[in-house]
Design a protein around this ligand. Sequence first.
Ligand code: ADP
Ligand code: MG
Length: 552
Amino acid sequence: MAKVNGATLMARSLKQQGVGYMFGIVGFPVQPIAAAAQAEGIRYIGMRNEQSASYAAQAVGYLTGRPGAALVVSGPGVVHGLAGLANAQQNCWPMILIGGASATHQNGMGAFQEERQVQIASPFCKFAHAVEHVRRIPFYVEMATRYSIYGRPGATYLDMPDDIILGEVEEENVHHAATVADPPRMQALDADIEQALNVLESAERPLVIVGKGMAWSRAEDEVRAFIERTQVPFLASPMGKGIMDDSHPLSVGAARSHALQEADVIILLGARLNWIMHFGLPPRFNKNVRIVQVDIAPEAISQNVPAEVGLVGDGKAIVGQMNKALAGRQWFYPKDTPWHAAIAEKSAANAKQIQPMIDDNSSPLNYYRAFKDISAWLPKNAVIIGEGANTMDIGRTQMPNHEARVRLDAGSYGTMGIGMGFTIAAAVVHPDRPTISVSGDSAIGFSGMEIETACRYNLPVKIVVLNNGGIGGGIGHLPDDKTGIPPRALIWGARYDKMMEAFGGNGFHVEDPAHLRGALDEAMAHPGPALVNVLLNPEAGRKPQKFGWHTS
Ligand code: ADP
Ligand code: MG
């Protein structure tokens, strides 16, 4: 009779559940799982830190609709992997973390890297469990997959002790599991849909907010149809960008603050009124704003601001329902309203305010001047990864997205260090699209060693580092007395391009604005990984803000 071991059964079960990618770092006791994954046809990418492996796994989950797997060793490996679990959970992105564990018969004895792994993973997971018998591996993998993508997506954890990985069972004794189907799409009650449209029709200053829940739901066609049919202006959340083309005439992107503050009815589509949306509260929002909220998680409805109508279910299904119901109505939001005019006026004023910075050719560059060349250079179908403080915030406004699920950034959890993992994941999932990462010099440092990973797999990623010599806004200058280095300071002009060259990729260093576009073009022309290090003025900042971004 044929026997199968735990490692092979794990790999087969993942493959059966549509898990096509695994990111990890091998060692005791998980090495056999990685080998089995490759043998079973799962794409295995060896990373340099478990954080990046778990960031990459969740990006795959978001981009493909099936969870990515991260494979990590026991103890410290799992602890590092928790960073990604927490990020996935906050972003509502699916992934499965598989942690090796010391053998069960050594539990409590002080085994090598022994840790209470299920316990520490649980707060960051929808489902966390130890596999206690080889024959039950398919059962647990099915459950981890289903929990990661059904309902609000999120993270799951499976603990694989050494004796389960190496243990064998007769194939006929394996408990087989069904393949998890794509999530069923729940709809709302027709009466609630009508109610939602009634609220919308009564609006004077309506606004649609499009969040990454819609991207996950693959609702881009329905959302576009809804917005174009109703002619209501829309605001994209940071990663909701691209579900509607950023250059769409109904986008309020350049008048974000004004639109949020003045809207009297908001249709909230797969987005949360959390810190990113200033909690939906005054002074950033109208205190009498009425909310129609679409979300897959019932308990998310009315968070921070009571929703007048809550539509619980799948975004694609529910917006489709609204579109159907609109067919029976004459109403659309008129073109010649003061609301459209005010948004257009505000957008123009904001554009005018930043124009001098875009046109400023002094050396070293400011952010806006750098983004002028970067956005002109970006291919239209690029996947864009942004991280850093100013680099990410300004980049979000200056680099347009034209399609759904092509922008990845620090996200709901505000995690720095996601960039390289996301970049590698995007390049692996989308060999057909250019993968561009624009990172601050602080942000690239968290996971910079993954540059070696990108080179090892010869992934054609193009990384731009905006180098202002510091965390966030840069340092301005060192203190005169040289008694200390400011906490925010990094080496200004450090040659991150040389790191890329050290591993065999192409590096470029730019100090003069006149050379930026040429360097970017050369980086793109080179077939493999490339990094363009751009010296920025340490005093460069954002345009003056009426409100602080992170706190209000
Ligand atoms: P953003 O950062 O873009 O505002 P959030 O992550 O804050 O987005 O919110 C996304 C919301 O989308 C979450 O509340 C989540 O429950 C919801 N969501 C996830 N999947 C779906 C889906 N298929 N349909 C509708 N809503 C969804
Ligand atoms: Mg910096």
